[in-house]
Write a protein that binds this ligand. Structure first.
Ligand code: 5GP
Ligand code: MN
Length: 338
């Protein structure tokens, strides 16, 4: 985002606007944190601001400041459509292809609102008027902090904004341990704590709200874990029946894929989760080092993401999906072979 863009956006925001902010489908901590963080910032101007999520998100995000004001397109389509249609500005956060917002795509494409993308995924589509896209960033929340800084408004960051941005930086960096975590990330985190983010409370709210059933489901996932040592790969499967047995709720499988990656010597981990309602297998992929799960997911599983964390889906059943997964590993022999 260059100085001209920033000046144009500053000018735009100088008078009251109708603003809609959108995260991706199945929003995670960074998606909800960044949209709500930006929401609290823009509310300080005289704007009419609404966050509209494509669908619901996990319970462990439902304590964040003003979270309850978020509209969900899935269940509040009429209201959402009218906000999207009337928007002067539409911010799209934590995704870079309108395919990532599911059924909202048509309304957003049709809206004449000026589109501003803030996102850290690779290979962005070209739908936005203003694009702040940087795949080296730890999180969209870190970019929202930078965006506010570029607008010269760091001193407007209050404890609500700080709390929201802290959440997304924390969740997208695996609590500040992934390679995307830089000195700048830590400096921003320091600023956010200074401005009122209560770091220990935030960690508790996000990570220490397990239900007994979720831990049992984790137990099942771990006993389903398979290792393919010759390709330094590990994967987990969870069928719809298993999810039902443990009374699965949205977000319960968050982080499970990382257990595969924690095995000594493993550089590639996957989890395959059956979703009978959508008739797909949802896939999460993680890697260490240079092996790009973004590329693998784009090529074989209609998905994408980052080098070390990506998602995708399969329209085949679990058995065929796993067979396909195993059959493509030799294509990545150079990166994966022990
Ligand atoms: P997760 O595995 O945690 O759902 O997602 C990992 C990363 O991949 C996130 O940055 C997420 O936004 C992205 N991602 C997840 N699913 C998809 C997908 O179906 N398509 C694309 N393009 N990206 C995805
Ligand atoms: Mn993100």
């Amino acid at each position: 985002m260059n100085t001209d863009d920033i000046n144009s956006i500053k000018a735009l925001l100088n008078s009251p606007k109708a603003i809609v902010i959108i995260p991706h489908k199945n929003p995670d901590g960074d998606a909800i944190g960044s949209t709500l963080g930006l929401y609290h910032y823009l509310k300080k101007g005289q704007h009419n601001v609404m966050v509209i999520a494509p669908n619901d998100y996990p319970e462990f995000l439902k304590w964040m400041p003003d979270e309850s004001s978020i509209l969900k397109y899935e269940t509040q389509k009429d209201d959402s459509d009218s906000y999207i249609n009337d928007a002067d500005i539409i911010f799209t956060l934590d995704f870079n292809s309108l395919g990532r917002i599911g059924h909202m795509e048509a309304a957003v494409s049709a809206s004449e609102g000026i589109k501003i993308m803030i996102d850290h995924h690779q290979q962005p589509d070209d739908y936005a008027t203003y694009m702040y896209s940087d795949a080296t960033m730890s999180s969209t929340c870190e970019m929202v902090y930078n965006f506010i800084e570029m607008l010269g408004d760091v001193d407007k960051i209050d404890s609500d904004i700080a709390t929201c941005l802290y959440v997304g930086i924390m969740t997208d960096t695996g609590s500040f341990r992934f390679p995307s975590t830089t000195s700048a990330t830590h400096q921003i985190i320091g600023q956010l704590i200074e401005k009122g983010a209560r770091n220990s409370d935030i960690h508790n709210n996000i990570y220490d709200t397990n239900s007994y059933e979720r831990l049992q489901l984790l137990g099942r996932a771990l006993s389903n874990l398979k290792v393919i040592p010759e390709y330094r790969t590990a994967y987990i499967t969870l069928s719809q029946e298993e999810l039902n047995t443990f009374n699965f709720k949205k977000g319960d499988t968050e982080g499970f894929v990382n257990y595969g990656l924690s095995l000594k010597g493993i550089v590639f981990a996957a989890i395959f989760i059956e979703n009978q309602q959508e008739n797909i297998i949802k896939i999460s992929l993680r890697s260490k080092g240079d092996f790009s799960v973004n590329e693998l997911s784009r090529q074989h599983f209609s998905g994408g993401g980052h080098t070390n964390a990506a998602g995708g889906k399969s329209d085949m059943n679990m058995k065929d999906t796993i067979e396909k997964f195993i059959s493509i590993l030799p294509q990545y022999e150079q990166d994966l072979k022990a």
